[in-house]
Design a protein around this ligand. Sequence first.
Ligand SMILES: Nc1ncnc2c1ncn2[C@@H]1O[C@H](COP(=O)(O)OP(=O)(O)OP(=O)(O)O)[C@@H](O)[C@H]1O
Ligand SMILES: O=C(O)c1ccc[n+]([C@@H]2O[C@H](COP(=O)([O-])O)[C@@H](O)[C@H]2O)c1
Length: 193
Amino acid sequence: MRIGLFGGTFDPPHRAHLAASLLALKRLKLDRVWWLVTPGNPLKNTRNLAPLSERIAAARALTHHPRIDVTGLEAVIKTRYTYDTISWLRARCPGVRFVWIMGADNLRSFHRWQRWRGIANLVPIVVVDRLGPSLYAGASPAGQALRTFRLPEQAATTLPDRKAPAWAFLHGLKSPLSSTALRALRDEPSPAD
Ligand SMILES: Nc1ncnc2c1ncn2[C@@H]1O[C@H](COP(=O)(O)OP(=O)(O)OP(=O)(O)O)[C@@H](O)[C@H]1O
Ligand SMILES: O=C(O)c1ccc[n+]([C@@H]2O[C@H](COP(=O)([O-])O)[C@@H](O)[C@H]2O)c1
């Protein structure tokens, strides 16, 4: 069983999240993708974050795909740290080949995550193209530190079978969508206001 783990804030979820999941599903020949809706990204200001239950419900409504499961696992196991989440899952699912999925913006800030080198040693990672951040992601501190473990894109399909550290960059999604932009649209005063 090959499972992609797609952690995110999803406030709100949008079509690029779905497209990134579908791209990883197809290119890595995954059996499933599990969305892990975070109780709150430890590096983001979470003061105005929508409630977890709302973000989970919106993600389920958007995905509605037989191979995508939306979970609030991190709230259940009481962590916000990816290293803890992946360790917890690996300990309980020994037969599963997990892969961590993230957008290129997160590779750029990956060196600020708790135990990021440990995460890279736990599971293979796939980085999905994102309009803007993709340009410099490979040159980021983590991209540079992990450069010798980078696979050519054509080998991405082998990622779930690889021993970590191993990572690949998937091109082909250059979506400008972001939750920040959607929140700004939502919060814009209407002409009637
Ligand atoms: N347009 C996109 N293209 C590729 N990956 C994306 C895109 N938008 C989000 N992602 C990835 O999806 C995951 C969840 O992202 P998140 O919920 O933070 O959405 P976001 O649009 O980046 O939100 P925000 O604007 O609030 O930071 C992250 O790994 C992120 O890199
Ligand atoms: O573990 C960490 O230190 C850490 C720091 C920043 C982000 N993350 C995780 O990265 C994922 C993507 O976050 P976001 O806010 O960009 O959607 C989400 O699962 C977060 O919990 C994890």
